[in-house]
Design a protein around this ligand. Structure first.
Ligand SMILES: Nc1ncnc2c1ncn2[C@@H]1O[C@H](COP(=O)(O)OP(=O)(O)O)[C@@H](O)[C@H]1O
Ligand SMILES: [Mg+2]
Length: 403
């Protein structure tokens, strides 16, 4: 390892604020010998300034000073953006317990009584530096975890988009398969009649009429199935655009719910469950259909995954109605296992899942909650009974708040 690679461990910086030069020099001398970088200030005003620029790791602060007293100085340090987290230890000759309380109220973390023993000063300084370091490490860890949580939320959204793509592929299978079959049959019949026409006996009128009739049938099948495919693509396109752009627009609630239920078809077809949709056909909203669709999809998936796990039948009701003037209630209800009372408070927490390692991430309802409250400007309520089922109700403004 050459010189430049030696890791640099910064010496902790301590700011000492005291109006008595004898205390200052005594502390400076002793603390420097223990490997601290010392910054001195003889007045509170000077101390406040140095605290701002020297970024100390700890401050030793005299209480009785001629300009501003130590308690007030401490309050100002705690109000400063750059200085608020620096631990402050008061140094005082006053031993009145009331004074101590005032000091802690002002934001101090400890006291050293003058005249002091240097060992005591060192012990307290080291304790609070270690505490500060530990706090910083914890803060870093929380920030890292927060980033990890954001990554997971993004992954969950990507998984939703993946399901959408799988959905469109699945849905298009049937109409495209049918079209292919019709066109192949048509081709064979055309080859056949062409063969007859150019052959010896030619084609009888009856044979030709039969060919026309078959052609009509094939074209009819083709046309119906291609229209169906086009509808599916349009539907999915809207859901995909809504989901990826999160744009606000006016829409008929029924249409958006229907399109989202369609994208869920591949999932539902594999289950014995039935979805019942009761949405007034004329209910217009001016809101965010993509996030709203994501919410409905998540709630239905939960009903299947949690509510009806292991069951061989079950009804999931998606119901909407006008509630108060300008508000819509939208609920997703199952009659499955229900949620235990103790869990009810926690289901919206990130990572709360009863299916850890078996398909649950615990992020679904967390995302749902965020979307409902932060994007759609609404409220979400849950009522559930063990053995009786679960109903999640959204109360949404027909016109979402502008962002
Ligand atoms: N319809 C439901 N029926 C029963 N339990 C549910 C239902 N919806 C949600 N839960 C409970 O709430 C928990 C959290 O749900 P969610 O945030 O979507 O996470 P995940 O689905 O990944 O477990 C689930 O693990 C489950 O215990
Ligand atoms: Mg879920």
């Amino acid at each position: 390892m050459n010189q430049s690679e030696v890791p640099v461990v910064p010496m902790p910086t301590i700011l000492i604020v005291d109006d008595s030069p004898s205390y200052l020099t005594a502390l400076l001398d002793r603390l420097e010998r223990h490997g601290f970088l010392i910054v001195l200030a003889q007045t509170a005003a000077e101390g406040l300034m140095r605290a701002e620029f020297a970024e100390p790791d700890l401050i030793l602060l005299d209480v009785v000073m001629p300009d501003i007293d130590g308690f007030e100085t401490c309050r100002r340090l705690k109000a400063g953006k750059r200085t608020k987290d620096v631990p402050v230890i008061f140094m005082t000759g006053l031993t009145d317990p009331k004074q101590k309380v005032t000091g802690f109220d002002a934001g101090g973390v400890d006291y050293i009584t003058k005249p002091f023993q240097i060992e005591e000063v060192l012990a307290r300084v080291n304790t609070h530096l270690a505490l500060r370091r530990a706090t910083r490490e914890l803060q870093d860890m929380v920030a890292t975890l927060d980033r990890a949580r954001e990554d997971l939320v993004r992954n969950e959204k990507l998984a939703g988009l993946g399901a959408l793509v799988a959905g469109i592929a699945h849905e298009l299978n049937t109409p495209i398969g049918n079209s292919l079959m019709a066109s192949t049959t048509f081709e064979m019949q055309t080859d056949d009649i062409h063969h007859h026409m150019t052959g010896e006996g030619g084609v009888t009128r009856k044979e030709f009429e039969k060919y026309i009739e078959n052609a009509r049938l094939s074209v009819d099948i083709l046309s119906r199935n291609l229209h169906r495919a086009a509808d599916i693509v349009t539907n999915f396109k809207q859901v995909a655009v809504d989901q990826t752009s999160s744009q606000r627009r006016s829409f008929l609630l029924e249409e958006v719910i229907a399109a989202n239920l369609l994208t869920l078809q591949p999932t539902i077809k594999r289950t014995p469950f039935v979805i019942e949709r009761r949405v007034p056909p004329d209910l217009m909203m001016d809101s965010y259909p993509g996030p709203l669709g994501q919410v409905v999809t998540n709630l239905i998936n939960n009903a299947i995954l949690h509510g009806y796990e292991g069951r061989c039948e079950g009804l999931i009701a998606v119901t909407a109605q006008l509630s108060a003037q300008g508000w819509v209630t939208l609920s997703v209800e199952d009659h499955g296992v229900g949620i235990p009372r103790a869990d009810l408070q926690r289901i919206f927490d990130p990572f709360f899942t009863t299916k850890l390692g078996v398909g649950g991430s615990g992020l679904g309802l967390h995302i749902v909650h965020n979307i409902v409250t932060e994007i759609l400007g609404g409220r979400i309520d849950v009522s559930s009974e063990v053995g009786g089922g679960t109903r999640i109700t959204l109360t949404l403004p027909m016109s979402a708040p502008l962002r």
